[in-house]
Design a protein. Sequence first.
Length: 308
Amino acid sequence: MRRLIIVLATFAAGATGVGFTTHWLLTNEPDRNGVVVGATESIGGDGGRKAAVTGAKARPLDAPGLRRAVRAYVGQRPGKAGVMATDLRTGLSFGENEAGDFVSASVMKVDILASLLLQRQRERPGVGTGIGLSAGERELAGQMIRESDNSAADALYSKAGNSSGVEKSNKRLGLTDTTPYPMSWGSSWTSPADQVRLLTTLVSERSPLAAPGRGYVLGLMGSVLDEQAWGVSAAARPGEKVALKNGWTPVYHQGHGWAVNSVGRITGGGHDFLVAVCSGGSPTMEAGVATVEHVADQVVGALRAAGP
């Protein structure tokens, strides 16, 4: 696949609510029944840092304008999409269809690994600074995240207790929209908001997952194969660091077309973005990638423009 050099779009500032701490997401989005609701929702952490600015210092995010722009783009694309993004440095967040249901494909592999690490942490409290995985399991984890190897994911999903084991771990991780599928992990359902919750557990000192495990998962996500370094990386500027995991699969029994998803973290230049873009119903993988990358760039670009 490809890496893109990004031209970021700047959205006009408007009068919207600002000054969220890094612990809160602002939503004013349609729920699953199409009803527009407004609420604040804790995502449970700040990645060990305080927000760099407060409401008095940050320029406002034109959330309505951004929402219209995202909806206009997705509306003329095949299939559907949803996005959730937050900047831990400024506390600004944005979601569009962030609670929508999407087939997880291989982004589920991050959840599998986090669940297994959390289980080992509880089973072996004397592990100390280690991660509780055997050498063979570490090799499988590297193949699963860096190479997106499905056989490795099958093996680790089994070790994590398949759907029931991962579901129990997800309750501790604070996930609410992810439904692990029995045996076939790639058929699990998830949402962009839940993927950002999962990313938050990987960066927050308040996470139930200890620091060695968090660093281990992010390290693997930061070293995926070059041909898989697409997706949310399209929103990164030169010199910024990206840790990501992508998922893509044709869908036959849970819809049609391709499910193409990308989740990850972009750090540098005074920003720390957690981003998840999910899509479904694209006629080809390439079409899904284009949708995911454009939406990631569009939303992260707006959050950048609204920063200090």
